[in-house]
Design a protein around this ligand. Structure first.
Ligand code: DGJ
Length: 720
């Protein structure tokens, strides 16, 4: 719900449990008065009292009791006395970046506007959403900024983005155009972010805020392995269950920034949006630019509360299409089983064995196209390597067994040794006077160009229309360097990275629109593009190339801060770190599947796999639709970790515990979360009965359980 108080000139945005308050001050300054736990509607202007003490006003001699240098500015600009990090920087026709945005008007309406070309939250059936649009204008330059906020009635989420329009007769150049800014009147927070690298994605990191700038960014052309476009500001003593948490996520797959700045008054500003480093955008008269959408979650129930809000929001308001709610097939992928070394019969044998185990889909990974038998060639040649493969026979055989069939692509890449490169060497991403760098033996294809997209989509479509394919894995295995496009004029060089991302979105949108039944899974050298932008097109993303179940725990725990179980690609592989039971228990957290040669399983392992397949079906709804509780996190305890899924009606729970490292003589009482304290639960595996209160407040006595390195244990609780 969004309310405007005309007398006080405040606008209050309420979600079920949170409030966000804006104030329009004399002179049209738009202030961010409050964000946090839900407030009543009265006395809101008192929130601005702390500002009155500021007397220094470099901004405007008319308003001497007010300073943009300390005020919580809602969309801060450059050059008018706010010296902290800005959300917007615009170079005007005089050559300076001095900008002064003042409130002009606002409107509140039901629903949520579309964001053409960009992924965004949407209003799903049965839910309600209200939107506030505030128009701000710089009367000297003619720049207009429309700040767009949406609140949903079914989750504690506020989304924000900005539409910038040049209403003048001269050219304006955006040098920084971020999506959101929050000012909080304290620096007593820790900043949590998710760093990583290949095979070690989304590792939890917490640091206390310090004066000055701190944060994360990507200028790799994608959201990247290095940092996820997620950040949280949390109270100093926040836990999984208690304390104030502000969580921020950007629905974007390209260069991004999260920058927090603590100023001389010990208040913090956090801004997010497209990373300004290599960004620039020319706005001709009457042209507009729309920033990506940022998602804000406030929870007073600790990190767990924040995560569950993101999860529900993304399941309801981000993931689209047939596979949003339809049960996804349990798959086996050929990559770790065969790498490039396969032919039709080998893949058919995988499918035959997989069928016996109850697996429902075979995915043929990299190596089926052009002349590809290793990673040195053929990206861009998306036609079947007929010397290696009879795709028609393969798909028909797999379908005849009752299995679905999936295929791998890497559409934004081009090998120097490919027919496409020989025909169009200028189609790779490059700039004049520099040799493009090669990484994993490949260049990047310039998908910012419509003609390039047309070609690559045409090739993909050819295969998908000719063969009845059920699933596509969309990979992206290198970062962008020497980034430029032959079609962009010199003054528009800074537009390249964003145009590249828009090109990817257009391609993925075409795929899911023209082939709505295909299940799309994104991937990027493992989980290098695991972001909310990708989730708008694909309901699942490959989490990491690291399938070692113990290493995976850190990755999955970190990923779960923001992203739900239903999107987290997780497979059991032949990795020897633990037995199949633990591998299965860890993969069950995600989409679940296999990444191994089923011909090589021992008969005992085959029986375990059959059991796991049964468990996959048994717990499918609980894991997809239940609430996640991180019970013991690997960043708090290096020896053991535990998590649970609890059904929304609290009638059922699945608890999993994994011993990462053996620890002698240590007691373990596992305190559960999210149960009903007055309900009695039976542990299916042991028949023991406990009240929800005992399980949550005293904890389950588990000393000595899953005792050895890499052992795991699952408990299924059922309410009376
Ligand atoms: C990287 C992916 O993460 C792997 O799963 C696999 O698809 C390879 N690329 C194929 O080149």
């Amino acid at each position: 719900m969004i309310k405007y108080n005309e007398k006080n000139r405040t606008i209050k945005l309420d979600t079920p449990d949170t409030s966000y308050v804006l104030g329009i001050r004399d002179g049209g300054f738009l202030l961010n008065l409050y964000y946090g736990r839900r407030l009543p509607d009265d006395n809101l202007w008192s929130l601005s009292k702390r500002l009155e003490s500021a007397s220094f006003s470099p901004c405007d001699p008319e308003y001497t009791d007010f300073s943009t240098d300390v005020a919580p500015m809602e969309y801060p600009v450059n050059g008018r006395g706010d010296f902290r990090v800005s959300a917007l920087s615009v170079r005007n026709s005089d050559g300076n970046t001095v900008t002064d945005l003042r409130y002009v008007s606002h409107r509140i309406f039901s629903g949520k506007p579309d964001m053409p070309g960009l992924p965004h939250l949407y209003v799903s059936n049965g839910s309600q959403c209200d939107t506030l649009e505030i128009t701000m204008r710089d009367s000297y330059t003619g720049l207009e900024a429309v700040l767009v906020y949406s609140v949903f009635n079914d989750c504690n989420v506020i989304s924000k983005h900005v539409r910038l329009t040049n209403t003048s007769d001269s050219v304006l150049k955006l040098e920084r155009a971020l999506s959101s800014c929050i000012d909080l009147p304290s620096m007593d927070y820790n900043l949590i972010t998710l760093w990583g690298r290949h095979a070690k994605e989304r590792q939890f990191e917490k640091r206390p805020l310090a004066h000055g700038l701190q944060g994360i960014h990507s200028k790799r052309g994608s959201s990247s392995h290095s940092h996820n476009p997620f950040a949280a500001l949390v109270g100093r003593d926040v836990t999984e269950t208690n304390g104030d948490v502000y969580g921020f996520n950007l629905i974007y797959s390209g260069n991004f920034t999260f920058t927090a700045e603590v100023d001389h008054n010990a208040s913090v500003r956090i801004v997010t949006g497209i990373d300004p480093t290599d960004f620039g955008w020319v706005l001709e008269p009457s042209e507009s630019f729309t920033t990506p959408e940022a998602v804000h979650v406030f929870s007073c129930e600790g990190l767990g509360g924040m995560s569950r809000t993101f999860h529900r929001c993304y399941q309801e308001h981000l993931i689209r299409g047939r596979w949003k709610n339809e049960k996804r097939p349990l798959l086996i992928n050929s990559w770790e089983a065969a790498y490039f070394d396969f032919d039709t019969d080998k893949l058919i044998s995988f499918a035959e064995r997989a069928k016996e185990l109850g697996i429902e889909m075979l995915v043929m990974d990299d190596g089926w196209f052009g002349k590809r038998n290793d990673d040195t060639n053929s990206l861009g040649d998306w036609f079947v390597n007929e010397k290696k493969l009879d795709l028609g026979r393969l798909v028909d055989s797999v379908h005849a067994m009752g299995l679905k069939f999936g295929i791998w692509y890497e559409p934004e890449m081009i090998s120097p040794d490919s027919e496409l490169y020989r025909a169009h060497p200028d189609w790779c991403v490059h700039v004049p006077g520099r040799e493009p760098s090669i990484a994993r033996q490949q260049y990047v294809l310039d998908v910012s160009r419509a003609d390039v997209r047309e070609n690559v989509f045409g090739q993909i479509k050819n295969v998908l229309s000719r063969y009845p394919i059920d699933y596509v894995k969309w990979d992206f295995n290198r970062n962008l360097s020497e980034a430029g496009s032959a079609l962009l004029s010199k003054d528009r060089g800074g537009e390249f990275f964003h145009r590249f991302v828009l090109g990817t979105y257009e391609l993925q949108n075409r795929l899911v629109t023209e082939f709505p039944d295909i299940l799309l899974e994104n991937c990027s050298g493992g989980g290098g593009r695991f972001d909310a932008g990708m989730l708008y097109y694909s309901p699942q993303i490959w989490t990491s190339d690291n399938t070692d179940p113990v290493e995976r725990l850190n990755i999955q725990f970190g990923t779960s801060l923001c992203y739900p179980a239903s999107v987290m690609g997780a497979h059991v592989s032949a990795c020897e770190r633990t037995d199949y039971r633990t591998k299965g228990d860890v993969a069950l957290w995600g989409t679940f599947g296999y990444e191994l040669d089923p011909n090589k399983l021992t008969s005992e392992e085959r029986e375990t796999v059959k059991e796991q397949v049964k468990e996959y079906h048994k717990y499918y709804d609980l894991i997809r639709n239940g609430n996640l509780y991180r019970l013991i996190c690997p960043w708090d305890n290096p020896f053991v970790c535990a998590w649970s899924f609890v059904s929304t009606d609290k009638r059922e729970a699945l608890v999993t515990l994994v011993r990462m490292r053996k620890e002698e003589n240590t007691l373990l009482h596992l305190k559960l979360q999210g149960l009903d304290e007055n309900t009695v639960y039976t542990v299916e595996e042991t028949g023991e009965r406990y009240s929800g209160a005992l399980l949550m407040y005293a904890g389950l006595e588990m000393t000595g359980c899953a005792y050895n390195d890499g052992e795991s244990l699952k408990l299924h609780l059922i309410a009376d």
